[in-house]
Design a protein around this ligand. Structure first.
Ligand code: NAD
Length: 476
């Protein structure tokens, strides 16, 4: 499939050319698939001014009308799913099935918020007085997305922002801007001018945005290192913040499980999207009594997995999304090799000459203080770690500055008791990644501040507005 060569910014309801353009690279071929506009600082000012201008009317629009726009947006994206998933695979690298999953995840976010509205909480309604807290929009939201799930994550920000009555300026990652820009083009006529703006750009654009005084709120998903910078730059004007950051999720595997079935699920949890998920399983603690059998089952699965161009039928795992991350993952693997750690999988697997491909790799029981255990690898390299007693496994799982997700695999009561002791925002027991409607998604410790999804995610885009009314004039 061929795609347009150049894309437009969305500012004040119109497609706008960039002053300059940058190439977007297909990570499977290392070739350009299109050129994204590079927004200037003046264009950012224009987008923010348009959003500020649109805000009073959008805020006053009945919530049912705002919800209807989200349904229309979901319908339009769904109607273009074939085109969009091809484009997303070409720029992101993931398989077509995963690209469809990412886009439909965004669609389901729109549908979820199309039936949610900011609540009114009545504290007192007596003959004497009424006290009620309303949830009002904050103003203009700066939404910044990463490259691993470009569409789901963007929609986790857009949909609740818009339904709450905010206007938005969205910035996709410079590595994966095209599908977002194409969606902006598809949906731009749905919204009044200025309500939704989409800007792509280079490395300067994010910092310009987070420090821009015209924003009231920053909703950011990305690495913990960048999250710290975002928090600092939001401080001068005390912007509200939601930060969804990195993780180093542990899986704890207990005796008494079905080894094959659990291995299949843990394998997917670790290697899905080639390990480039914030809640990917990034360390696996396996009880010593089942360590050999469990690791053998993982290795067998790894030998059968097909790595390749995500657009090709039969591919299970695509490339690393960009060269920078590819080099980082290769460096972590080189560190494992240099330290003499044993590779259970991936050491001599040949990869295509072109493209940012890394073999699925499993490292056998590296030391607890090794880089591959301590750092977020964000790639298909998994340390398998042996433990003897549960206290030790819980202590090691919690011994990290991250606190995003985790999983426990074992007899349900015992596993759930352990899950309750993990210092993370989310833990799955005997399954991985399930998201019930309304379930909040977010991390503790340095994995973030605030949550997304569901009512809790909607409230992040509102401020409290409490009105206390004495019912009789002059009442005391
Ligand atoms: P990143 O931090 O490099 O970039 C994220 C976004 O921030 C991009 O759009 C980038 O252009 C922008 N950006 C970069 N520097 C900025 C700055 N100083 N100010 C403002 N914006 C800036 O992250 P990434 O490499 O795109 O994504 C991978 C990371 O994201 C991983 O650590 C992963 O765990 C994390 N992540 C977290 C979640 C979650 O929900 N917790 C979800 C997905 C990814």
């Amino acid at each position: 499939m061929s795609f347009p060569r150049t894309y437009e910014l969305l500012i004040n309801g119109a497609g706008v050319p960039g002053a300059a353009y940058f190439d977007v690279i297909n990570p499977a071929t290392e070739e350009s698939i299109g050129r994204a506009p590079e927004a200037t600082r003046a264009q950012l000012d224009e987008a923010v001014a348009a959003a500020r201008k649109a805000f009073p009317a959008w805020k006053a629009t009945p919530v049912s009308e705002r919800q209807a726009k989200l349904t229309a947006m979901a319908d339009l994206i769904t109607a273009h799913i074939d085109e969009l998933k091809q484009l997303l695979t070409a720029e992101q690298g993931k398989t077509l099935a995963d690209a469809e999953g990412d886009i439909l995840g965004g669609v389901s976010s729109c549908r979820q918020y199309a039936i949610l509205a900011p609540p009114i909480e009545v504290h007192e309604d007596s003959p004497r007085r009424r006290s009620a807290t309303y949830r009002v929009p904050l103003g203009v939201v700066c939404a910044i997305a990463p490259w691993n799930y470009p569409i789901s994550i963007a929609m986790w920000k857009l949909a609740p922002s818009l339904v709450a009555g905010n206007c938005v300026v969205l910035k996709p990652s410079p590595f994966t801007p095209l599908t977002t820009l194409r969606i902006a083009e598809l949906v731009r006529d749905l919204f009044p001018q200025g309500v939704l703006n989409v800007l792509s750009g280079g490395d300067a654009l994010g910092p310009w945005m987070t420090s821009h005084p015209g924003f009231d709120k920053v909703s950011f998903t990305g690495s913990t290192a960048t999250g710290r910078r975002v928090m600092a730059s939001a401080a001068p004007t005390l912007k509200r913040l939601t930060l969804e950051l990195g993780g180093n999720d542990a899986a704890i595997v207990l005796p008494g499980i079905d080894i094959q079935r659990t291995a299949e699920q843990v394998f997917r949890a670790a290697f899905n999207n080639s390990g480039q998920s914030c809640v990917a399983t990034k360390r696996v603690y396996v009880h010593t009594g089942i360590y050999e059998r469990f690791s053998a089952a993982l290795v067998e699965l790894g030998k059968r997995a097909k790595i390749g161009d995500g657009s090709q039928q039969g591919t299970d795992y695509g490339p690393i999304q960009n060269r920078q991350q590819y080099e980082r993952v290769k460096e972590l693997i080189a560190d494992c090799r240099a330290k003499g750690y044993r590779f259970l999988l991936g050491e001599n697997t040949k990869m295509p000459a072109k493209g940012y491909f890394i073999p699925l790799t499993i490292i056998d029981n590296p030391p607890e203080d090794s880089r591959i255990v301590r750092e977020e690898q964000f790639g298909p390299v998994l340390p398998l770690l042996r433990f003897e007693d549960i206290e030790e496994a819980v202590r090691k799982a919690n011994d990290t500055d991250y606190g995003l997700g985790g999983s426990v695999w074992g007899p349900p009561e015992q596993a759930e008791a352990i899950a309750l002791r993990l210092d993370t925002g989310m833990v799955w027991v005997n399954e991985y990644g399930a998201m019930a409607t309304g379930q909040p998604f977010g991390g503790r410790k340095q994995s973030g501040i605030g949550v997304e999804n569901g009512m809790a995610g909607l409230l992040e885009f509102t401020g409290v507005h409490t009105v206390v009314t004495a019912k009789k004039i002059g009442a005391t």
